[in-house]
Design a binder for this molecule. Structure first.
Ligand code: FE2
Length: 211
């Protein structure tokens, strides 16, 4: 029986952590984001790649602990706790870079109408986005769609992993960690937020809103 369990664990369990993520190439953004310079973007791409590498490293280490029967250990618990932080750091940067690169949102579009209806106007939406981005601390501002109510919600996510809305879809993601702006804007976070808003890739945001 024990031997059978061992064989089954070799057959199935070792694949639990076998995913390996690949860093995406966002160099196409260089020279295309007015107000956010290439040096800052390049540094940010490197930082993003670190999250991809660390996510893969954690998966590998968790897989090794699983295979060697070390799952019920404090070390396993610690790595498990770290996983959401690294994974979200990777995935949120992908959302962020992919919703950069200016494209307009037509006033005739469904999303424009929903934003205007739910926030009062596009200007009021931008005002709430900015105010949320100016919250003291490091983290992310995310425009979500709650699929159950179809409502749009602007939310603050602390660091990478605290504050996500369960089941909600991120439509627009803004990085407000200091590394996203400080080398160019210093402490002028509002200036960076304005540059971000001016460079939203609304085409991509719209696509997410109907996926
Ligand atoms: Fe970042």
């Amino acid at each position: 029986m024990l031997f059978r369990s061992f064989l089954l664990s070799l057959l199935f369990c070792s694949s639990l952590y076998s995913v390996e993520y690949q860093a995406k190439d966002y160099n196409y953004l260089l020279g295309q984001v007015s107000g956010i310079d290439d040096q800052l973007l390049t540094m940010h791409f490197t930082l993003y790649k670190g999250y991809v590498a660390n996510t893969n490293k954690l998966l590998k280490e968790l897989g090794e602990m699983e295979e060697t029967g070390k799952m019920r250990t404090p070390e396993f618990a610690g790595l498990k706790r770290m996983f959401g932080w690294e994974f979200d750091g990777m995935r949120l940067h992908e959302y962020y870079f992919e919703n950069l690169g200016k494209s307009a949102l037509s006033e005739e579009s469904q999303l424009y109408k929903e934003i205007s209806d739910q926030f009062g106007s596009m200007d009021r939406f931008k005002e709430e986005l900015t105010a949320t981005g100016l919250i003291r601390g490091i983290g992310w501002v995310i425009l979500y769609r709650d699929p159950k109510s179809r409502k749009l919600i602007i939310d603050w996510v602390n660091e990478h992993d605290a504050g996500h809305l369960a089941g909600a879809t991120p439509l627009l993601v803004m990085d407000v960690f200091e590394h996203a702006y400080i080398t160019q804007y210093g402490l002028d976070r509002a200036g960076y937020i304005q540059a971000f808003i001016d460079n939203i890739n609304w085409e991509r945001v719209q696509k997410r809103s109907v996926e």
